[in-house]
Design a binder for this molecule. Structure first.
Ligand code: C2G
Length: 145
């Protein structure tokens, strides 16, 4: 799959409703798959901005799988059309412009926060509820026990 697609250069991309979401997607599980399925259903083309190992390190987080492996798994999912790197908090507006995004999807953990309100001037902002009972943290904890 092409890693650097320039929308607008290609007739085929015109008219597609494009959705963008962010995350680490470590130890991929059904909570992630359901989020991706629901995000994809909001449009015709789903872009996933995948947190890089360096960006996670800057947040004090370390994933089990490397960026390359996480990307490979996401690219194998039928709901995902393109995976791009998430390298900073500030890239969202440029992602929206570069990939001509109509809708940004965030996890509902952010729903009460005004943090992403500035995006509403450029696109739709949708918060999707998490799937109950599953998280990467829980899986790691249970495997240790
Ligand atoms: N998710 C979910 N249900 C779960 C676990 C995760 O719907 N049980 C969703 C999260 O809400 C997020 C996506 O799956 O939208 C990816 O999860 P993480 O990699 O844990 O996301 P995180 O690194 O916390 O960043 O909302 C966007 C955030 O930036 C996500």
């Amino acid at each position: 799959m092409a890693s650097d697609v320039h929308f607008g250069d290609d007739e085929g991309y015109r008219g597609l409703r494009r959705v963008l979401t962010y995350g680490t997607f470590d130890l991929l599980h059904y909570g992630h798959i359901r989020l991706l399925r629901r995000a994809a259903a909001l449009g015709d083309y789903l872009v996933v901005a995948l947190s890089t190992d360096e960006f996670n390190a800057s947040k004090g987080k370390q994933s089990f799988y490397s960026y390359g492996v996480r990307k490979e798994m996401l690219e194998a999912i039928r709901y995902v059309d393109l995976v791009i790197p998430e390298e900073s908090w500030e890239q969202k507006l440029s992602d929206i412009e570069k990939y001509q995004i109509d809708t940004v999807v965030m996890g509902a953990d952010w729903a009460d926060s005004p943090r992403f309100d500035y995006l509403r001037e450029r696109c739709n902002l949708v918060f999707l509820d998490r799937t109950e009972g599953i998280s990467t943290t829980d899986v790691k904890k249970e495997l240790k026990e």
